[in-house]
Design a protein around this ligand. Structure first.
Ligand code: ASP
Length: 460
């Protein structure tokens, strides 16, 4: 059995629905289908999820919902009418969205937002099931509650609960193609809760783990995952195979093709993931697996992401002070700030966080506490940082990878603000000023993928 997830652009129009149906029909093992809400059809188009967020905003503020509601319904209508679906399905969608809004009036804003957002995938799954039926395929829309996707009650940021898997296993007994909406589950109290943005990948992964699929196929709009962002380096190397750990590191640092939390369920069971192109399903795609032969390519990809800042703390004899790091992180915890990395020296420590968590007001409070409670010599923040990650399982057994990286930064004339390499040695991380990041990434790509590398493997 295979689970196939189709992302927003794969289900954005009637023409895309036709491609999806063809892919589903081509392989009888594709039994569980997960769909996103309609995504962009062209660059300036608006995603259904974003339209629904605007609609929720109007509902919340008591504004006029006529126009945003019409936009939502029109978008489904453009798909349904072109596919020749019975108009009753559109009436139902309109009725359901209105009913949802009415029933949510007294709910907290975050609940309202989640339920309205979730309707994007929910209605699209209903449309997809109806379309497959029209083609003579036995297909059933399956609501996530019926499927057994139970999640933590964290609006906009849900996590799957372990009890889900037993119930999901029962889906194997069902006949026909099961069409499940992505992006949301239900709390144990029965409330709709969404995953973070792009979370339909997570739904697919949970279902693949629950039914113990032999493969989780993730259909998107590119032939493969590339070694570097194609907007920075044109026509980059296609990755044929990479490991779960490599994918996790790359998606953390900006590879948006696959959600960075989506690997957890399948990774535990060793279920391979294949990222494929709905618009070119013949292309082999990229496989994400437990192990790969890294000898040909110790480095698999280079990722970069900006929007970070560095809280730098100096204190003489910091290394002798037991509990310093804990107290520092505790101050951040009190402010609800999650930290990303903490490279440190003998008498200093840097805490790298996402900049959007650190406005001037928070900064002032955090600095006051650090100064007062930790009696530091100096504390300052450096904003506008980008992180560049060089990722590859082969790095831990090869000599010369780091030298190549620093050479690339020197050639690009980009100053290194920070270097961090975790003990797993799956990646090396570099902090640079955001305006130097493209130059750095290009130079790194050149040394690892365009130039013949002289790397030797140690015997360890
Ligand atoms: N529709 C949701 C979003 O745009 C979830 C997804 O597409 O995976 O974030």
């Amino acid at each position: 059995m295979k689970v196939a997830k189709f992302g927003g652009s794969s289900v954005a129009s009637a023409a895309q629905f036709e491609k999806v149906a063809k892919i589903v029909m081509e392989d009888a093992e594709r039994k569980v289908i997960v769909v996103s809400a309609p995504g962009k059809r062209f660059k300036e188009d608006i995603k259904m999820t974003d339209m629904l967020i605007s609609l929720a905003e109007e509902v919340k503020t008591g504004g006029d919902i006529t126009e945003p509601l019409r936009r939502v319904v029109d978008r489904y209508a453009s798909i349904a009418n072109e596919l020749g679906l019975d108009s009753s399905i559109l009436d139902r969608i309109e009725h359901d969205v209105k009913e949802l809004i009415r029933s949510l009036h007294n709910e907290e804003p975050t609940r309202l937002l989640d339920a309205i957002k979730a309707s994007g995938e929910d209605n699209n799954a209903k449309l997809m099931a109806a379309y497959l039926n029209q083609l003579g395929i036995e297909a059933h829309y399956v609501n996530p509650k019926e499927a057994g996707i139970f999640v933590t009650d964290e609006p906009g940021n849900a996590r799957v609960l372990p009890e889900s898997y037993k119930k999901i296993w029962k889906l194997r007994e069902r006949t026909g193609v099961l069409v499940v909406p992505g992006f949301f589950g239900y709390s144990l109290e029965g409330k709709i809760v969404t995953f973070s943005r792009g979370g339909s990948d997570i739904t697919g992964s949970i279902l693949a783990a629950g039914v113990k699929a032999e493969l989780y196929e993730n259909f998107t709009d590119v032939d493969s995952i590339y070694s570097v962002n194609p907007m920075i380096v044109p026509n980059p190397n296609e990755i044929k195979e990479l490991t779960y750990r490599e994918m996790r590191e790359l998606s953390y640092a900006g590879f948006s093709v696959f959600h960075d939390e989506a690997l957890e369920p399948v990774y535990k069971l060793g279920i391979p993931v294949c990222v494929k192109n709905t618009n070119n399903p013949q292309a082999a795609g990229t496989y994400i697996v437990a192990k790969r032969n890294y000898h040909d390519s110790p480095v698999v990809g280079i990722a970069s992401d900006d929007g970070f800042c560095n809280i730098h703390v100096d204190k003489y004899l910091m290394n002798r002070e037991i509990g310093f790091g804990r107290k520092l992180l505790h101050i951040l915890e009190d402010e609800g700030i999650s930290y990303e990395h903490t490279p440190s020296g003998i008498d200093n420590i840097s805490v790298i966080i996402r900049e959007n968590q650190f406005d001037q007001e928070v900064e002032q409070r955090v600095f006051d506490r650090i100064q007062k409670e930790l009696e530091v010599d100096n504390v300052y923040v450096e904003r506008g940082l980008a992180l560049v990650m060089v990722v590859g399982e082969g790095m831990n057994q090869s000599v010369g990878i780091a030298a190549k990286a620093t050479e690339a930064f020197a050639r690009a004339n980009v100053n290194l603000e920070m270097i961090n390499q975790g003990s797993s040695e799956v990646s090396m991380m570099f902090g640079v000023k955001a305006d130097g990041v493209e130059k750095a990434v290009k130079a790194l790509y050149n040394v690892y993928f365009n130039e013949l590398m002289t790397i030797s493997y140690s015997n360890i």
